[in-house]
Design a protein around this ligand. Structure first.
Ligand SMILES: *Cc1c(COP(=O)(O)O)cnc(C)c1O
Length: 398
């Protein structure tokens, strides 16, 4: 092996660390709190949280030093759920729920704006997917009636209801917020448990699973809880918790070894070090920050209105926006890209020169951004940058 090449790995640096405004939708809610940054160093070594793993229980959620056990209880309380576990990612939480609630070949009903990982989680759990259609542009609404139709369709086709249904609370494409309550009601009337994919909501805005009437809540620590990757949240209500967190029943056929304390779908333990420490250390910050959600939405609406002043530019999804993720459609910037020597890259490059990153290189006609956690001053800087670039290339700003 060429060690000179390998040596360079020791010098890895983040190109867009501090100093830039990063508008990438997936980056805004995962910026660490100061406490989490300290915890990251403190717990950086390997299985750092396992020093005091209790021998009787020998499980992550049973550890008291550091107080992981209490953290998981408080986490469930914060989300209005009965039990919480930390997983590696939102997608793992979904996979675990699918795997434990459905047998191979059974149906899961999902909204058609679901994240790709919802489909993959279903595929890996060997389930069939029945999609709830969304309505057309520019709003892309999901209706409770469409859930009902799909559930009834599965009942007609298979003689029984789908094993489980999933709703994406805020979809990653248009940032639409969907009210889970009427969908939960329909699901429950048909005996179908409902998973709420709260990857873009829990941790940034108030989410109370009990009042939303959801059975399972999947969240993403690195997306929305000011935590390092990989961290996910799986929160459960009612008897479903026992099914999903079922213990191992295997027995070594020769040794007779068995592991009845281990939670099967978690493969015993999940996040045993630094990422969990960041999730815990940021928790007080998260509990406080969700109270400021309305002000965050105000900033997104302001930016939306400023971007819509640019010729040929509109924000897709249901309006007024109820979330900080914006899908921008710009025929104006797209038109500029067709004759610009840098083609679609001009927008990314112009923004970067102004200290703004996160709009994907090459995109002009459709791109997404997220204002979550920006100061008003930063939001204004972003609005001005877009308008300045528009004017520079002859687009009107009214
Ligand atoms: C980002 C996102 C995910 C993926 O979250 P991970 O924690 O990385 O698995 C899943 N669902 C939705 C709706 C998302 O926006």
């Amino acid at each position: 092996m060429d060690f000179e090449r390998v040596r360079r790995f020791a010098e890895i640096r983040r190109e867009y660390g501090s100093g830039y405004i990063n508008l990438n939708p997936i980056q805004r809610g995962g910026i660490l709190s100061e406490a989490a940054r300290r915890a990251l160093l403190e717990f950086g070594d390997g299985y750092s949280v396992c020093d005091f793993c209790p021998p009787e229980e020998a499980r992550l959620d049973a550890i008291r030093r550091p107080p992981i056990r209490e953290f998981m209880e408080r986490l469930a309380e914060f989300l209005g759920m009965d039990v919480a576990r930390v997983t590696t990612r939102c997608r793992e939480s979904k996979f675990i729920a699918f795997r434990m609630l459905a047998k191979p070949g059974e149906y899961v009903v999902v909204d058609s704006l679901a994240h790709y990982s919802t489909y993959l989680a279903a595929e890996l759990a060997m389930l069939r997917v029945k999609e709830v259609a969304h309505q057309g542009p520019p709003e892309y609404r999901i209706s409770p009636e469409a859930y009902l139709q799909r559930i009834e369709e599965v009942e007609r086709e298979t003689g029984k209801p789908p094993a489980v249904a999933l709703l994406t609370h805020v979809d990653p494409h248009h940032g639409n917020l969907v009210d889970p309550k009427p969908i939960a009601k329909i699901c429950h009337e048909h005996g179908v448990p409902l998973i709420l994919n709260a990857a873009y909501t829990a941790g940034v805005m108030p989410v109370d699973g009990r009042s939303l009437d959801v059975d399972i809540l999947a969240g993403s620590g690195h997306k929305s809880w000011a935590a390092s990757a990989p961290t996910g949240i799986l929160a459960l209500r009612g008897e479903l918790a026992e099914r999903i967190l079922a213990r191992s029943a295997i027995k070594g056929e020769w040794s007779g070894r068995s592991f009845p304390k281990k939670e099967l779908a978690l493969l015993g333990c999940t996040v045993m070090g630094a990422p969990l420490a960041t999730l815990m250390a940021s928790f007080p910050h998260v509990v406080e920050r969700v109270k400021g959600w309305e002000a965050e939405v105000e900033k997104a609406r302001y930016l939306a209105s400023q971007l819509e002043r640019i010729e040929g530019t509109r924000i897709l999804g249901v309006k007024p926006k109820m979330h900080t993720l914006l899908h921008v459609e710009s025929e104006g910037f797209y038109r500029v890209s067709k004759t610009h020597k840098r083609r679609g890259f001009f927008l990314y490059e112009e923004l970067r020169q102004r200290g703004i990153v996160g709009v994907q290189p090459g995109l002009t006609r459709h791109f997404k951004l997220n204002t979550y956690g920006l100061t008003w001053e930063e939001v204004k800087r972003v609005a001005e940058a877009f308008q300045e670039i528009a004017r520079k290339y002859g687009l009107s700003v009214h």
